[in-house]
Design a protein around this ligand. Structure first.
Ligand code: UD1
Length: 363
């Protein structure tokens, strides 16, 4: 049974790592890995392959950046001949990036079964490119592997046959649990001069936040206030860096002594940074899940989440982008009066193994 697994962008890599390992352990699965090249910088891609021990991709499509249409079309055009030549029994895609939907469409149109890992998540916000990718990918998938109960409910509401849906847990958490001890040994905090000091960790890369100078300016207002309490470490995504550099916000950012902009970190360094932080501020999806397991308070700088379980049981607060609301939530989180976060069902490090077993049985 030949399965082509697809990865394209940074948040895909920690999801495919445990899948490739689980597939290698199943004699009836012949795994193949295709990297679309959506992310290509050393620090956005190769570093993750090395740290997570992901096998070298069999093929790298090398598509790179572009508008949504250009990028999606380039991935489809490059992926189609691979599927035609390799004749896989299934194509497996993860998450919600452009590589996910592009390769998904190619597979189903060639009559190849499509597997979606991390299916069913919905923010309800169709202005997010990822939400469109999620809805479309799920609607054409043959097998849908789900991380949390909301995912199953969303899919059932959309009319997906329950026989296709499997709640298996979270492959991203497989990777976190496996690498936690290794990350602990990282010297990143000493390198940043933060050993033993309270600090906040920040990530921002959503177009809705970083492509709009008014929103980004408002976020800086909140960050400025927080930075009076503690250092904020900000490993900055290339997209965000490009938007700040050369804009009127650049001088303001440079003037905030306690806001420390650094290059994107490797997986292990970032895990160490978040696990030791007093608080995490982010607009990422995956980091809401990781902080849930790490039991670090998380403020999600968005109006919605596709991962409601993290706010329901965990330490995540969906606070939006209004500076006053961010600061109010920050103070509440720092006062530490919140409940003790719980671990969502099946987020136990075994999700990829469950997926491999189901694939062997079903395909
Ligand atoms: C993509 C995903 C997003 C995910 C994010 C994580 C889509 C629609 N978006 O957003 O869901 O959360 O990855 O990082 O698929 N760039 C570099 N080097 C790189 C990659 C990108 O400099 O290795 C710059 C380029 O200027 C590029 C921009 O970042 O134009 C955006 O890259 P792109 O892949 O289009 O989307 P992301 O914002 O990274």
């Amino acid at each position: 049974m030949k399965i082509i697994t697809v990865a394209g962008a940074r948040p895909n890599f920690m999801k495919i790592a445990p899948l490739m390992e689980a597939f290698a352990a199943e004699p009836s699965i012949e795994p193949m890995l295709v990297h679309t090249g959506q992310h290509y910088d050393e620090r956005m891609s190769d570093l993750f392959f090395r740290q997570l021990g992901i096998p070298q991709p069999d093929v790298n499509l090398g598509v790179g950046s572009g508008s949504h249409a250009t990028q999606t079309a380039a991935i489809m055009t490059a992926f189609e001949p691979i599927v035609l030549a390799e004749k896989p029994d299934a194509v497996l895609v993860v998450g919600d990036v452009n590589s996910t939907i592009a390769c998904g469409m190619v597979a189903v149109k060639l009559g190849v079964k499509l597997i979606h890992v991390e299916a069913g998540l919905r923010s309800g916000d169709r202005t997010m490119p990822e939400e469109i990718n999620r809805i479309l990918t799920d609607s054409i998938s043959d097998l849908l592997f789900v991380t949390e109960k909301s995912g199953r409910e969303n899919l059932l509401r959309e009319g997906v046959d329950p026989a296709r849906i499997h709640v298996v847990g979270n492959v991203m958490i497989d990777t976190l649990l496996k690498n936690r001890a290794k990350a602990e040994a990282s010297t990143i905090l000493a390198e940043l001069g933060l050993d033993g000091q309270p600090y906040a960790a920040l990530t921002l890369h959503r177009p809705a936040n970083v492509d709009d100078p008014v929103i980004l300016g408002g976020l800086l207002d909140a960050l400025e206030a927080i930075s009076r309490d503690m250092v904020i470490v900000f490993p900055i995504h290339p997209r965000t860096r490009k938007n700040i550099d050369g804009s009127p916000l650049a001088a303001r950012v440079a003037g905030m002594a306690n806001l420390r902009l650094i290059d994107p970190l490797g997986y292990l360094e970032f895990l160490k940074l978040t696990s030791s932080a007093r608080i995490v501020l982010t607009d990422s999806g995956g980091i809401q899940e990781e902080t849930t397991i790490l039991q670090v308070p998380c403020l999600t700088l968005r109006e919605n989440t596709e991962r409601p379980i993290t706010a329901e049981v965990g330490s995540n607060r969906i606070v939006g982008t209004d500076p006053q609301k961010i600061l109010a939530a920050y103070r509440e989180a720092m006062s530490g009066t919140g409940r003790k976060p719980a671990i969502p069902d099946l987020w136990d490090g075994q999700a990829a193994r469950r997926i491999a077993k189901i694939l062997v049985k079903v395909l």
